[in-house]
Design a protein around this ligand. Structure first.
Ligand SMILES: NC(=O)c1ccc[n+]([C@@H]2O[C@H](COP(=O)([O-])OP(=O)(O)OC[C@H]3O[C@@H](n4cnc5c(N)ncnc54)[C@H](OP(=O)(O)O)[C@@H]3O)[C@@H](O)[C@H]2O)c1
Length: 292
């Protein structure tokens, strides 16, 4: 059983807590809020609107003491970048691995998180894009971008009006994936040149879309989260992955989608070879029969 400490019990953390409390493989042992928050000292159940859990909310100023008391294996973080950076130093020193789902870090902060894993030999999954669906979307975008490398690209994202970082970490990552795919397919692309359009409105959980437009056609690849429970599934998958590991990882490492794709291509080649495609000489080629 993996012992979890949840940091940040806001909109997302609260939903993640509800899911974690129902799991057999995970035991939620601690919940951390902002120091001085009205949540401090209350039972977690009261915060998330369920039964008493026996988990008393601690302020992050008591993180060290809380770790000694509850011995978590992994801390899942849905707070804010400033809090994460402070908490990550303490947790790394204490060898508590982390799944960081918080977004809005500077490049410098990300480098610092990476350095922490080198210094303390702990494990961190940095996951600004924690759902399986959005990672599949990124993979599809990368493939489409390398094939349609002379098309125009536009990334759009929509989130609730309380989301602080704009554009979202995921939108930036998608734009980065497009740039990488274009470069590796031989197309020229300026860093940061893929346009991103961001909307902050109402209670939208999260939507990302990529449009790839040519002169004659357009492809749209989009992903929308209906519920924050999707974030819990991703956080649990990342926790299982980083359990007792050291190093700095991303969701692409957790999900290993490129090996799934490689297997798919390999199987497709085998299927084609079975049907005899690619084995016939030009002489043997027969025109396709068209039936209506
Ligand atoms: N990776 C993904 O796919 C994904 C998905 C959803 C959200 N996110 C990210 O997760 C973060 C949280 O999102 P949200 O929508 O849940 O925001 P939110 O509702 O504002 O929740 C943030 C929570 O962090 C808490 N907090 C502030 N300082 C803290 C500290 N020092 N220690 C512990 N907790 C602290 C706040 O506590 P108080 O209430 O006590 O002030 C608040 O409850 C954002 O960065 C968001 O972009 C990422």
């Amino acid at each position: 059983m993996i012992r979890i400490c949840l940091i940040g019990l806001g909109k997302t953390g609260s939903e993640v807590a509800k899911v974690l409390l129902e799991q057999q493989e995970f035991k939620l042992v601690a919940a951390v809020c902002r120091p001085g928050s009205p949540k401090e000292g209350k039972d977690l159940g009261e915060i998330i609107g369920c039964r008493d859990t026996g988990i008393v909310m601690s302020g992050s100023d008591k993180l060290e003491e809380m770790v000694f008391r509850t011995k978590p294996d992994i801390a899942i973080d849905f707070s804010n970048p400033e809090a994460t950076m402070k908490n990550a130093v303490i947790l790394s020193k204490l060898k508590v691995n982390m799944v960081i789902a918080t977004t809005g870090f500077s490049k410098f902060s990300l480098k610092k998180l990476f350095v922490l894993t080198k210094k303390y030999h702990n494990g961190i999954v940095y996951a600004p894009n924690i759902t399986l669906g959005v990672n599949v979307m990124m993979l599809l975008t990368g493939i489409a971008s390398s094939i349609l490398n002379n098309y125009d690209f536009q990334v759009s994202e929509e989130h609730h009006n309380k989301k602080k970082d704009i554009p979202s970490g995921t939108a930036l990552k998608i734009a980065g994936e497009i740039e990488k795919a274009l470069k590796s397919s031989g197309a020229e692309v300026e860093p940061g040149s893929i346009p991103i359009n961001a909307v902050r409105a109402g209670g939208i959980v999260g939507k990302h879309e990529v449009q790839i437009a040519g002169d004659e056609d357009i492809i749209s690849i989009s992903h929308e989260s209906f519920s924050r429970k999707a974030f819990a599934s991703g956080a649990m998958r990342a926790s299982k992955f980083v359990y007792r590991k050291s190093g700095f990882y991303e969701m692409s490492d957790v999900l290993n989608l490129s090996s799934v794709l490689a297997k798919y291509i390999e199987n497709d080649k085998k299927r084609q070879a079975k049907r005899g495609y690619g084995c016939r000489s030009a002489k043997e080629e027969k025109p396709e029969t068209v039936t209506s």
